[in-house]
Design a protein around this ligand. Structure first.
Ligand SMILES: Cc1cc2nc3c(=O)[nH]c(=O)nc-3n(C[C@H](O)[C@H](O)[C@H](O)COP(=O)(O)OP(=O)(O)OC[C@H]3O[C@@H](n4cnc5c(N)ncnc54)[C@H](O)[C@@H]3O)c2cc1C
Length: 558
């Protein structure tokens, strides 16, 4: 091929792919739109469409790049030597966090008239496609807000600020701001999964307008988003692990004694700060009873675990969109990558995984709505509570486990360009580095699988699962058989050694049952045939009878 080149040029730049930007991420995502419609048919989706447009815009992508390229910096002291423990972020971080709060992705569903958990979940997914790490304080605020109900004074003082959409980055007493965010501090050096092993000590110090006040001495080995206005932390009292509200600023306007030791040097999640802290006689106010901290933590953890599944589903969708976009524009061996049979197989398989993860994560969000809503009849509420208990560890386990596999394969679709960071322009590389985090924090894989075994003892699970899957009965013989096998295992009991296998199979059956009701027939049947009869391994092994055209058409970003 002869190509005209400017004088002195060594070559023409050919066959490179245009940037993937200015896409309405909601309108382009048929799987998400159908999952929203299935879980909340009455929801008006204009707000999600508006968010999809903003999140997919070139301008916001630029903020995402800059916030990751210029990670936060800790200033332990000012130039005169005073301790200030302040973390400075790039302005783009504040733009992104402001946009997330404006959209109500933090504490808003808990406020009267706020969005449903399903709407918030869909928004959280869309925002994750734009930038996941600023969502760390957003997710923690969402999880912590209902926990404050255990201290009426704190609830009264802060619930409005925790739901407010008017982000306020100023580092000062929360009650003087237009909105606040909160973080969580559980993990210590000697153990994160085993919170009971916490050594941070709390001593009662008196009582005031915020309730019973304590002094805390100890540390946290991981405490993310240290510029949050307050934290829910666990410390030991004489009665055992107890939850406390720990503000950065005290009511008298002085800084609380929370010493930020250093920021973690992380693989990904670069825009977010994760710190190591020490409490030097820091003031904190008790939330809930002494010694009852663990059940409270578990209730909060359930909500952040929902966000891990949502966040991973959002990252998956982002990776699949980039892979499809690349394959549509890139030529190899005389035709577009997307027209090569084996590439079609890989892309279609990735699209199935992304859609199944979206369906499961949104179903879990509906369980939060259904179990919280007093207007739902008692039987329905009980069913939703059981599904919430069951699907939280199953979805967190399986969706997050599949995330890293999917990111690796999606990256490979871009060839060498997928592996390149290019000053933050390599979005696929950013997704790849982010993916493992949702599997680790808020309870790693084994902890989720073990929690699922505990969930099996929380009520009539076999009946609940039979009820949950009844809408898909007869839709595909493989799904019917997998459902029967699953129900038999629930009835016979599951051993610890089998907990991961069980978590996977529960997630797969639930995904299959959801896709039977939300996805076109080619997506549903390809999902069943590739995943329900033997464990899924490498992507791109769908059978020859698969309707690749239909699956790729549905997944296509534009
Ligand atoms: C970037 C980042 C930010 C974080 N931010 C926060 C934060 O803001 N607040 C906070 O409190 N924590 C935070 N964490 C900590 C995180 O929640 C913990 O790292 C996680 O829960 C695991 O705890 P651990 O690191 O102590 O590992 P461990 O508890 O030592 O676990 C190590 C491994 O052992 C497995 N394991 C543990 N117990 C068992 C068992 N009984 N049977 C089988 N396997 C088991 C686990 O699944 C895991 O794979 C953050 C972590 C990261 C990476």
């Amino acid at each position: 091929m002869t190509v005209q080149m400017p004088h002195g040029a060594t070559h023409a730049v050919l066959n490179q792919v245009p940037p993937y930007e200015d896409v309405n991420l909601f309108e382009a995502n048929a799987a998400l739109r159908d999952a929203v419609g299935f879980n909340q048919p009455t929801l008006a989706t204009e707000g999600l469409s508006a968010l999809g447009k903003v999140a997919g815009s070139a301008g916001m992508q630029r903020h995402a790049r800059l916030a990751n390229l210029h990670p936060p910096v800790l200033h332990a002291h000012d130039r005169f030597g005073h301790r200030i423990d302040e973390v400075e972020f790039h302005p783009s971080y504040h733009v992104l966090l402001g946009a997330a709060l404006h959209q109500g992705l933090h504490g808003s569903p808990w406020a009267a008239g706020g969005p449903s958990h399903v709407e918030r979940a869909a928004g959280f997914m869309l925002f994750t496609e734009l930038e996941p790490s600023v969502l760390c304080p957003v997710s923690m605020t969402y999880a912590v807000a209902p926990a404050l109900r255990a201290n009426a004074a704190l609830q009264q003082a802060f619930s409005g600020l925790l739901a407010s959409p008017r982000y306020d980055a100023r580092f000062q007493l929360a009650t003087t701001k237009t909105a606040m965010t909160m973080g969580m501090g559980m993990t210590e050096k000697q153990g994160g999964s085993d919170v009971r092993a916490n050594t941070t000590q709390a001593w009662r110090d008196g009582e005031d307008a915020w309730g019973e006040r304590y002094r805390l001495v100890g540390h946290k080995w991981f405490m993310s988003a240290p510029m949050s206005d307050a934290f829910l932390v666990v410390a030991q009292t004489a009665a055992g692990p107890t939850c406390f509200f720990l503000p950065r600023w005290l009511p008298d306007g002085t800084l609380n004694a929370v010493r930020i030791q250093r920021l973690k040097d992380k693989l990904g999640n670069k825009a977010n700060a994760s710190s190591e802290v020490e409490f030097v006689d820091a003031f904190a106010w008790r939330v809930g009873e002494e010694g009852r901290g663990l059940p409270q933590i578990l209730a909060m953890g359930a909500l952040t675990r929902l966000d891990c599944a949502l966040g991973t589903a959002g990252l998956m969708r982002g990776a699949v969109s980039l892979a499809l976009h690349h394959a549509t524009h890139r030529m190899a061996f005389g035709k577009r990558l997307v027209d090569h049979a084996l590439m079609r197989n890989v892309l279609a398989d990735l699209a199935l995984e992304s859609e199944a993860s979206t369906a499961l994560a949104l179903r879990l969000a509906r369980a939060v709505d259904g179990s919280e809503d007093a207007s739902v009849p008692a039987a329905g509420r009980e069913h939703e509570a059981l599904m919430r208990r069951l699907l939280t560890p199953a979805a967190k386990y399986w969706v997050c486990k599949r995330g890293s596999h999917l990111a690796q394969e999606a990256m490979e679709c871009l060839g060498g360009n997928g592996y390149v960071e290019e000053h933050g322009e390599g979005v696929m590389a950013r997704i790849y580095r982010e993916m493992p985090l949702n599997s680790i924090w808020e309870g790693a894989g084994n902890i989720m699988a073990l929690d699922l075994l505990r969930a099996l003892r929380s009520g009539p699970i076999a009946e609940a699962l039979a009820h949950e899957t009844r809408g898909a009965k007869g839709a595909h013989p493989m799904l019917d058989r997998a459902t029967q096998r699953l129900l038999a295992r629930v009835q016979n009991g599951v051993d610890e050694i089998d907990a991961r296998r069980f978590a996977r199979d529960l997630a797969l059956v639930t995904q299959g049952a959801l896709l039977a009701q939300t996805a076109p027939a080619p997506v549903f049947s390809a999902f069943c045939e590739s995943r329900l009869d033997g464990a899924p391994d490498a992507f791109g092994q769908l059978g020859a009878s698969t309707d690749f055209d239909a699956i790729l058409r549905r997944a296509a970003a534009h």
